[in-house]
Write a protein that binds this ligand. Structure first.
Ligand code: 3PG
Ligand code: CO
Length: 558
């Protein structure tokens, strides 16, 4: 058993007030400081002032191998970012683990694969997931690896149910991903496997809801993938996607395409899910697969009427999405094991925590922060507050619930009940994902005002604070060529960048209760999000656990 004892820091005394950890989601420090960098353009007097404080501002890595992703070409994301922030460690993440399982062939030897292979000779194997090369939730090349693996091992009939992206990849790219998948399926057909696309829809409208923000998305997915029901049917997926996108000069974004079902000449759906079929959710990331997993796996599921529940399904996830719920029970690749997260040290040392965000990021500051554990680590020591998010496209209301989160956090800070107050502002990320530059600028400005208020509150109780981010997004809102030049569309308008960026993120420490000598160490150019947890323990007056990445701060004596 692990020793969770924390030692008092030799030179940093425990603070009088609480320590606040504030995550500005998707707020990167980008080298391109031009009109398309919303973080740069926004009027943010508070953050600007923090950048000027000597030795209490620096940047840290938030992408690629620094957060456990396969390569440094991989942008950061909230799952791996919050995992690193909350656990103080870097582990191989889902994207990498699936790569390894495919490369070594281990995937095809595991129990999950055995289960689905029972359906190969007699039934259909369904693959449901996000079709893109974004590498945040899934990767198309990993889907192809699974498809080829199944066909080579005797799968007679395969159906793909695809969710179009346009969020982790440029909008409009769904057409190309569908073409590529169709080519792959055609070559499988030549080899004697009846492989087709059967249904789909946009990821922000169909199937991939998270944190129970809007279950109607999951119902639309169930209806299309399982029952073969959607408002529109087509005879091929490319026509579906192109048609649903609508006019070229004002297209519906890939993220928001309506659900569709592919039908044969008689109008019958080509790939409903039937008794005894195998179903594979091919996303590795958890948050947006939990709800659809429950719909497939829970016999007494009652959130919406499933109408017809296929019996005897061989149902697996690419990974197990929730280790506590054991959901799904069967999976192709074991998920990363993130042990001894900072929250466990806190609860075991009597350090109370308040964590708060709005629905869209609530699981980020709880579930992901705690190494993908659902619920409380210790309900007596922790209070988690979820502020319900609006159910709209967030450029329409870029303030989102930042004011409400601020008000709740303010109360928690002043209550005297908590030693740690952890808060995530969703705005720069969620508005950034819409590609709307003006709204994203506003999102950053709102965050700045909220940070200002919270820093004042922390100061008023002699506390300490740490402000940082989990990855870039708002810091670049335009697609660029290799030299960094903004790309324009045929209409002469800039091509929006809806995805995260590779940028590092800022980190600031301070507070009236922080001894003046506590400053960022020099050097450590490689430091990343995983170094934040150790830093936080220092701010709390403790030495960091030895298994953690080193702290970013040191104490300078005058
Ligand atoms: C999403 O799920 O919204 C995006 O793919 C990634 O965004 P997040 O990592 O910031 O949640
Ligand atoms: Co994001």
């Amino acid at each position: 058993s692990h020793d969770y004892t924390l030692k008092p820091h030799p030179t940093i005394p425990a603070p009088e007030g609480p320590v606040m950890i504030c995550i500005l989601d998707g707020f990167g420090e980008n080298e391109y400081k031009d009109e398309f960098n919303a973080v740069h353009v926004a009027n943010t007097p508070t953050i600007d002032a923090l950048r000027q404080v000597p030795n209490r501002f620096r940047t840290i890595k938030a992408h690629g191998t620094a957060v456990g992703l396969p390569s440094d070409a991989d942008m950061g994301n909230s799952e791996v970012g919050h995992n690193a922030l909350g656990s103080g460690q870097v582990v191989d993440q889902g994207a990498r683990l699936v790569d390894i399982a495919l490369e070594t062939g281990k995937m095809f030897e595991g129990n999950g694969w055995k289960l689905i292979s029972e359906a190969f000779a007699t039934n259909t194997v369904h693959f449901i997931g996000l079709l893109s090369d974004g590498g945040v939730h899934s990767r198309a090349d990993q889907l192809v690896g699974c498809l080829r693996g199944a066909a080579a091992r005797g799968a007679k009939r395969i159906r793909c149910h695809i969710l179009t992206d346009g969020r982790d990849v440029p909008d409009g790219s769904s057409v190309k991903f569908v073409e590529d998948l169709e080519a792959e399926l055609a070559s499988l057909r030549e080899k004697g496997c009846d492989a087709r696309i059967a249904s789909g829809g946009g990821r922000m409208k169909v199937t991939m809801d998270r944190y129970e923000a809007d279950w109607s998305m999951v119902k639309r997915g169930w209806d299309a993938h399982v029952l073969g029901k959607a408002p529109r049917t087509f005879t091929d997926a490319k026509t579906a996607v192109v048609t649903l996108r609508g006019p070229e000069d004002a297209p519906v974004s890939d993220q928001y395409l309506d659900p569709f079902v592919i039908v044969d000449e008689t109008g019958a759906p080509v790939g409903t899910v039937q008794d005894g079929d195998a179903v594979v959710l091919f996303n590795f990331r958890a948050d947006r697969m939990v709800e659809i997993s429950k719909a497939f796996e829970y016999p007494d599921f009652a959130v919406f009427d499933r109408e017809r529940v296929p019996q005897g399904l061989r149902f697996v996830g690419m990974m197990q999405y929730d280790g506590d719920l054991k959901l799904p029970a069967n999976f192709l690749v074991p998920p990363p094991e993130i042990l001894h997260v900072s929250g466990e040290y806190l609860v075991k040392n009597g350090i109370s925590t308040f964590a708060c965000s709005e629905t869209q990021k609530f699981g980020h500051v709880t579930f992901f922060w705690n190494g993908n554990r659902s619920g409380y680590l210790d309900a007596k020591m922790e209070q988690y507050l979820e502020i319900p998010s609006d159910k709209i496209e967030f450029n329409q209301a870029p303030d989102m619930k930042a004011r409400e989160i601020t008000a709740a956090s303010r109360e928690a800070l002043l209550s005297g009940k908590y030693k740690v107050v952890r808060v995530n502002f969703a705005n720069p990320d969620m508005v950034g994902h819409t590609g709307d530059l003006a709204a994203t600028i506003r999102a950053c400005e709102t965050c700045d005002a909220c940070v200002k208020e919270l820093l004042q509150v922390v100061d008023s109780v002699n506390g300490r604070w740490l402000v940082t981010s989990d990855h870039g997004n708002a810091d670049d809102m335009v697609q660029r060529d290799k030299k960094g030049k903004p790309l324009m569309g045929e209409d002469g308008k800039p091509l929006a960048l809806t995805s995260h960026t590779l940028a590092p993120v800022p980190i600031f420490v301070g507070g009236k209760g922080l001894p003046e000598g506590v400053v960022f160490k020099q050097g450590d150019a490689e430091a990343g999000l995983a170094n934040v947890a150790a830093t936080t323990f220092n701010l709390l007056g403790y030495e960091a656990p030895e298994i953690y990445k080193p702290t970013l701060v040191e104490v300078k004596t005058a």
